[in-house]
Design a protein around this ligand. Sequence first.
Ligand code: B16
Ligand code: MG
Length: 215
Amino acid sequence: MNVKACIFDLDGVIVDTAVYHFKSWKRLADELGINFTEHDNERLKGVSRMRSLEIILEIGNVTKTEAEQQELAARKNTWYTEMISKMKPEEVLPGAREFLELVRNAGIKTALGSASKNSGIILEKTNLTKYFDVIIDGNHVTKAKPDPEVFLKGAEAVQAQPTDCVVFEDAIAGIEAGLAGGMKVVGIGKPEILNKANLVVSGLDKMDLNKLNTL
Ligand code: B16
Ligand code: MG
């Protein structure tokens, strides 16, 4: 295909913020007396903040009112943003910066398509903002992945047809979202888990223009 735009998920593709999400959700779960493990944390990847909280409350069999849930999510986000405000450019995942440079030099547009409402600060702290033509994140969408809204908005913003776009995703829901949007999808992770993707690589350090154009 003749790729016009690449749309990147953030957590798990460009940076590993899952470790900070885990630390802050763990702190909240401890306060609530809920046993929340690293294994459980896998279920939160690519999922919105409020849905993440629901999953944790389900694990602990704990019920909270809507107002209480808002307060708990806000508390978690305060701890989380304290941690990500200390992120460094060295935390960018292997090959991510280089691949962004490569596609941009090839005249391909770049967009971010993330569920996070904190993507701005993460990109700023890791010195990545300049590599994106467009940033679409949790602040711009009403429907969570696997709904394709976040990727369709990204494609529209860079004036590319969905069929000319390639999405890079580490979460199953994100892969489904890209495919539902009519885009090609590269899974970042394990082929046995991400088997719906058109191609799976272990990281952006394993991507090149050849692989991109043969999608
Ligand atoms: P925030 P992605 C997602 O990022 C994370 O994978 C997920 O664990 C998190 O709950 C979600 O962002 C919302 O993040 O609380 O910062 O708005 O993979 O879509 O880039
Ligand atoms: Mg992700």
